[in-house]
Ligand binder design. Sequence first.
Ligand code: ADP
Ligand code: ADP
Ligand code: MG
Length: 447
Amino acid sequence: MFSKILIANRGEIAVRILRACREMGINTVAVYSEVDRDALHVSLADEGYCIGPPAAADSYLNQSAILTVAAAAGAEAIHPGYGLLSENAEFADLCRQCGIAFIGPAPEVIAKMGDKEEAKRTMQGACVPVIPGCGLVADLEEAEIRALEIGYPLLVKARAGGGGRGIRLVKTGGELKGAFLSASEEARSAFGDGGVYLEKYLDHVKHIEVQLLCDNFGNVVCLGERECSLQRKNQKLLEESPSPAICGDMRERLTEASVKAARAVGYTGAGTVEFLVDGEGAFYFMEMNTRLQVEHPVTEMVTGIDIVKWQIRIASGLPLDFTQSDVSLRGHSIECRINAENPAAGFRPGGGRVSLLHVPGGPWVRFDTALYQDYMVPPYYDSMIGKLIVHAGTRQEALRKMRAALCELTIEGVDCNRDFQLELLQSDAFQSGNYTTGFIKSGGLND
Ligand code: ADP
Ligand code: ADP
Ligand code: MG
């Protein structure tokens, strides 16, 4: 087992990983930007090093600075968290060259799955159903021809996209040009790659994803599914496990397809296969996230398995010590993402000083955050400042527990979406479980 790990991230996920390391008796190295000197992840780590100015591009994405710190501090492994460098194949490869373990799959696997268009082709080859569409389109002319073949409505999607970026809906031919250019441009500036492909737009579908753990000895275990259909602008807001819409037979079919997907690329570590599922029970592979996901806690709650600890154990070469038949899903878990944003002002993100913080407690209530009283939320990073997670015997009970916990959560000094989350919980669509990805904009709740 590793004796020292560097955490190449910040915020709640850096804290989450630090806690796992501490429990495992592993020393920790934090890296931070100039504005994060007083961040919680820095004070919880055994050592901390400043790696540059506030902008992530100059600090948390500065590969050579991070590797220099890792080497100097004697870290044997790097945990990238989510976002930032977590799906950067070049960085994973650099780690390998430096003799430092990257806690995630091999760089070749990240590259293959990180190109969403290539990933779809690979999955087709492995007989996993994919969303109908076409391969990379070279220019607008080709896009027009392919669009006619696919039919409207469709999506222009960036092959390098992530976090809901680089996706544009095209309802009619007249909108294609603008969508093609803006998706491509957004992807070029966000990911340095403007390549796009087209995909049939599926309406009234659910986003269902399957969590996997794969060790280096060919063992693949599935930890059930997560329902992530509550989204705003293609970004998840609230997640639950199990999905209220997935029955035992469907779960088996999704599991089988996910295991096939992982085996087809020789996947190792924790990974998530994302699907869209329609009202008839047909499902389509959308993408695979080759990293820890934001919403991993709901899976931890229903399985009792610590996903971060297993990521670390697998990267250090340990085999999974349980099999599929040992995994049982107990009860129901819900997560609400708490974002520093103002729903009344178009969800404008904002920072500020936390003048009052009260975190709900009680049995089976978990709040993953890097906030503390008087903490200054900097404006430079992702607006997610916390995740409220509850677990209960039934969905109804989990819902009531979440409502109570949200009501108790108090964050003053910084705008946040707590009341919007309460509204979502109380909506008929959410209560019934029959909600789909278009719910928020389709008038169920207007943003
Ligand atoms: P999850 O599926 O884990 O919920 P999200 O899509 O919400 O993931 O993204 C998690 C975090 O990572 C967000 O902060 C998002 O902005 C960021 N992110 C996701 N994909 C990328 C990417 N390709 N490049 C940069 N950041 C990304
Ligand atoms: P990202 O890499 O940004 O997470 P995804 O490909 O996973 O992008 O898509 C993000 C979200 O966009 C999905 O969860 C879903 O709500 C919506 N979406 C993506 N592809 C389609 C599609 N073909 N039809 C309808 N909705 C889609
Ligand atoms: Mg996705």
